[in-house]
Design a protein around this ligand. Structure first.
Ligand SMILES: CSCCC(=O)C(=O)O
Ligand SMILES: [Fe+2]
Length: 182
């Protein structure tokens, strides 16, 4: 099952009634990759291993986002929801629970991606995004990275950052991401 994807407002509020769900191609256009694996099935372990190998994701850890499992919960959750980018890809695989990744589209609107158990997403370097848990208030996520992880969140604006400039070039270039996705 593909995740539900729709447009939300600046504070993450729904602004469409009824909600209009967007096709996954909308994510591809802005360089966001998506897979669904089943964390309870052994074939998924093979598929995960394959993705990790192909994309060079040598580093892996787990993060549980809930008040009693995450140190400095309030501060971390606040920072996750502040619009930011990274110099590298952000790779998250949802093992349990759920949450919302919001990413900016080409028109600078917030596209909300509802991630649930088994969903894996890759946000390209330089994309503005934010994260929040949903009403279930729990997400257990695997974090993957190429080499030594750098979690530094670079808050918007970052227009002079090389990763941002590269991202903007790929998005406006048309085919850049379509090729990267396959
Ligand atoms: C820990 S889930 C994702 C939040 C985020 O955008 C980040 O960690 O940079
Ligand atoms: Fe991030």
């Amino acid at each position: 099952m593909a995740p539900q994807v729709w447009i939300v407002g600046e504070n993450g509020e729904d602004i469409q009634e009824p909600k209009e769900f967007l096709p996954l191609s909308k994510l591809e256009d802005i360089g966001v990759l998506y897979w669904h694996l089943d964390p309870k099935k052994s074939e998924s372990e093979e598929e995960l291993a394959k993705i990790r190998k192909e994309r060079g994701y040598s580093y892996m850890d787990l993060i549980e986002i809930c008040p009693d499992k995450l140190e400095n919960y309030e501060e971390k959750v606040k920072n996750f929801f502040r619009e930011h980018m990274h110099a590298d890809e952000e790779i998250r695989y949802c093992l349990e629970g759920s949450g919302y990744f919001d990413v900016r589209d080409k028109d600078d609107r917030w596209i909300r991606i509802w991630i649930r158990e088994g969903d894996m997403i890759i946000l390209p370097a330089g994309i503005y995004h934010r994260f929040t848990v949903d009403s279930a208030n729990y997400a257990k996520l695997m974090r993957l990275f190429i080499g030594e992880p750098v979690w530094a969140a670079l808050n918007r604006p970052q227009e002079d950052h090389p990763a941002r400039q590269e991202y903007v070039k790929n998005v406006s270039g048309g085919t850049g991401f379509a090729l990267a996705a396959h």
